[in-house]
Design a protein around this ligand. Structure first.
Ligand code: GLV
Ligand code: MN
Ligand code: MN
Length: 436
């Protein structure tokens, strides 16, 4: 490793570039990408957000912008068979054969999203590579910035799909055959937008994986802590529940004779809230669809989703089991039939001490207040942790808002996060090993 280490002068120049021109480039790119998929002013009342569901036209446009920026930095662009995009900065002579350090996140969004979820991590990562190009230094091992496909899992489940496939947690063919909520096949959409690459997923095993992200919760903002040192991600369980009742006339059918799928879904939602209060597990019914969905027809069918999360895998399992055990009672009382489909079961993940400690030390060297914390949201880092030492850096989210247009982090916080990212990258680039 010795022969291609960076010297302190080069590190200082990289830091100075990052804090000045780098930050300006990062802010400009966040703004530009944030315009992609932006709702028209007339689309809906309230604040305007952007929608880039995985592999839709807006996601394609965002991918094109990202690859244009990568090309402008003379990075080698790779696209793998699940559509993950990699921008590769080569190592200095002597470092070519070393395992690359990977920085990443995602640029797909939920519906009507804020500008930062995922985007901040990808573009701050790109800015780190930009810093090397601007200063004219090559790293001691290859440095890769990655945008993973379908992190949000809104259009196609499971979420974190690109990184899951990359880490070998889901066969490629199964992922490509996934049907979306709009009936589309994921593999066909990848082809359509021109991002069905030829590189095999998992083509390199990174030396380590690092992801910078907005917290998306209230803890750092509320307690005025500048940096979250992320120690892991809580467990996630997603289910789709289908209730089959019988349609009938709203004006003529006595209450006692109804098989109301809509009412059964509403009762399930209330049961789940009480279960959340009893167990402490976070439970969300985030989507409900009725058929036929008409004002004067008793719903014949209801399809709803359940999102359960907790840092303790046993508590998620117990909550899920309690819900499943209650459903036969609901069937009997409401005269409906209920089936459940499993969409996601991701166990809690602990990040690598060798990455966590370096993030903490970087924040400390920079003089930033910091706190160790578990992520409430899912992230690509939790999948990459299956194949290499992984870790994350959080910055505050104003009022804890995310997955909505009001998502906001001030420039000083964005800058601090980018500085901690660069500092941790510089440390990891020269490390001989990282404890996992
Ligand atoms: C991803 O954003 C998730 O945690 O749902
Ligand atoms: Mn995200
Ligand atoms: Mn998200």
């Amino acid at each position: 490793m010795r022969e291609c280490m960076m010297n302190e002068g080069e590190r200082k120049t990289l830091r100075a570039w990052m804090e000045g021109k780098g930050l300006r480039a990062l802010m400009a790119r966040i703004f530009e990408l944030g315009e992609t998929g932006m709702a028209e002013a007339a689309d809906a009342p309230g604040p305007r957000g952007r929608t880039r569901l995985a592999l839709d036209d807006a996601d394609a446009e965002a991918r094109d912008r990202l690859t244009t920026w990568m090309r402008g930095l003379d990075l080698e662009i790779r696209v793998d068979a699940i559509g993950n995009i990699f921008g590769v900065l080569p190592a200095a002579p002597g470092g070519e054969d070393r395992a690359p350090l990977m920085i990443g996140s995602h640029i797909d969004t939920v519906g009507n999203a804020g500008p930062l979820d995922g985007v901040y991590g990808v573009l701050a990562g790109l800015t780190v590579l930009h810093a090397f190009r601007a200063v004219g230094v090559l790293p001691p091992r290859p440095l890769i910035v990655t945008a993973f496909t379908n992190e949000e899992g809104v259009r196609y489940q499971p979420d974190m799909m690109g990184s899951l496939v990359y880490a070998g947690g889901c066969p490629l063919e199964k992922a490509l055959d996934t049907r979306g909520m709009d009936g589309s096949r994921l593999g066909d959409e990848l082809e359509r937008i021109g991002y069905a690459g030829t590189v095999p997923p998992g083509h390199v095993t990174p030396f380590a994986y690092l992801e910078l992200h907005v917290e998306q919760g209230p803890a750092l903002d509320h307690d005025k802590v500048q940096i979250g040192v992320v120690t892991g991600v809580q467990g996630i369980c997603w289910r789709e529940v289908t209730v089959q009742g019988a349609a009938n006339h709203a004006g003529t059918t006595p209450t006692a004779l109804r098989h109301d799928a809509g009412l059964a879904a509403a009762r399930a939602n209330v049961f789940l809230r009480e279960l959340a209060a009893r167990s402490g597990v976070l439970v969300t019914v985030g989507s409900v669809r009725f058929e036929p969905g008409l004002i004067n027809v008793i719903p014949s069918k209801a399809v709803f989703t359940v999102d359960m999360r907790d840092p303790d895998a046993d508590r998620v399992s117990a909550a899920n089991a309690e819900f499943a055990a209650w459903l036969p009672h609901l069937e009997q009382e409401e005269g409906v039939r209920i089936s459940t489909r499993s969409l996601v079961d991701f166990a809690p993940v602990a990040f690598a001490p060798g990455v966590i400690d370096r993030v903490e030390a970087a924040a400390q060297r920079l003089g930033f207040s910091r706190r160790r914390m578990v992520s409430g949201a899912g992230h690509d880092a939790q999948m990459m942790a299956r194949i290499c030492p992984a870790g994350m850096i959080f910055v505050p989210s104003r009022a804890g808002l995310s997955h909505c247009p009001q998502e906001f982090t001030g420039p000083q916080d964005l800058k601090r996060g980018a500085q901690v990212l660069l500092e941790t990258v510089l440390d990891l680039l020269e490390a001989q090993s990282v404890s996992s």
